[in-house]
Design a protein around this ligand. Structure first.
Ligand code: MF3
Ligand code: CO
Ligand code: CO
Length: 264
């Protein structure tokens, strides 16, 4: 049924609500990132996320989602995405991916970033910068009238030009009342016919980039995705509204807050 798979166009009133959800998601992400420090467990960060969500009058979208038990996804080093907070202690030199997804007023905002906790090797820094830059490059293609495949292909091309690999097993997505709506937004040029972007579409664009091979596996907790070769992986995500002109980042945050070494 074509209808079932149609990409939802949000109305102006719905966009106002998406904006509120997006702002809450980015505020929680930025405030949470400020709490990252060596010696803290990932569970402490997860618990703090719940407090920050209360403060910003929103709730975790992912807790309970298909049995997920975290308030957020928190993934270290070779963990790609979908890590769950636990007793693991954050160490100096770790890179930490925070993926914060919140529901506010029935609408969802989804965003993620990768943070270096203290000094990391130059190659790791380059991985973070490349991943964030791939996301930003994609915004040039987040325009009404263009095919989604051009946006996806731009991410792949940029990442490859830097000598890194894009994860193919997980993709970005449409977003709205539901966390994962049509269309899929892969980080590589998809085969076949691709939808044309239209004003009012809202999509979560989220490059996942590996320093080594693209391959991943899932740990025995059934959730945590890790790189096959145990090399580092980075992830950045924004919820983006397609407009008549420039895309609007519904989860906008100061760019300098990310892909940066956290001062300790
Ligand atoms: N925030 C994730 C995304 O970007 C959703 C993860 S679902 C979970 O799509 F259950 F793993 F949290
Ligand atoms: Co996310
Ligand atoms: Co997402």
């Amino acid at each position: 049924m074509a209808r079932r798979h149609r990409i939802k166009i949000k109305t102006p009133v719905e966009i106002v609500k998406m904006r509120a959800a997006g702002h809450a998601a980015s505020a929680v992400l930025v405030e949470l990132s400020q709490a990252l420090a060596p010696g803290r467990t990932t569970k402490e960060i997860d618990t703090l996320a719940a407090e920050l969500m209360r403060k910003h009058d929103c709730k975790s979208t992912v807790i309970g989602y298909r049995g997920f038990t975290g308030q957020i996804c928190i993934s270290l080093n070779e963990e790609v995405v979908h890590g769950i907070g636990g007793p693991r202690i954050i160490q100096h030199g770790d890179i930490v991916k925070l993926d914060v997804t919140v529901t506010k007023g029935g609408w969802i905002g989804d965003n993620a970033a990768t943070y270096a906790v203290g000094e990391v090797p130059p190659e790791t820094k380059r991985l973070l910068m490349t991943t964030e830059e791939a996301l930003y490059q994609s915004f040039q293609y987040a325009k009404a009238g263009l095919r989604l495949s051009e946006l996806c292909g731009a991410i792949e091309d940029y990442v490859k030009s830097q000598g890194f690999s894009v994860v193919r097993d997980f993709v970005g997505h449409g977003i709205g009342r539901d966390l994962h709506e049509e269309p899929q937004v892969p980080n590589y040029r998809p085969q076949g016919k691709s939808p044309t972007l239209e004003p009012g579409m809202t999509i979560a664009i989220e490059p996942m980039v590996n320093a080594g091979v693209a391959g991943i596996k899932i740990l025995s907790d059934g959730w945590t995705v890790v790189t096959m070769d145990k090399k580092a992986s980075a992830h950045f995500e924004h919820t983006v509204l397609i407009t008549d002109g420039e895309p609007e980042l519904l989860t906008a945050r100061p760019r300098e807050a990310t892909a940066e070494i956290l001062g300790l």
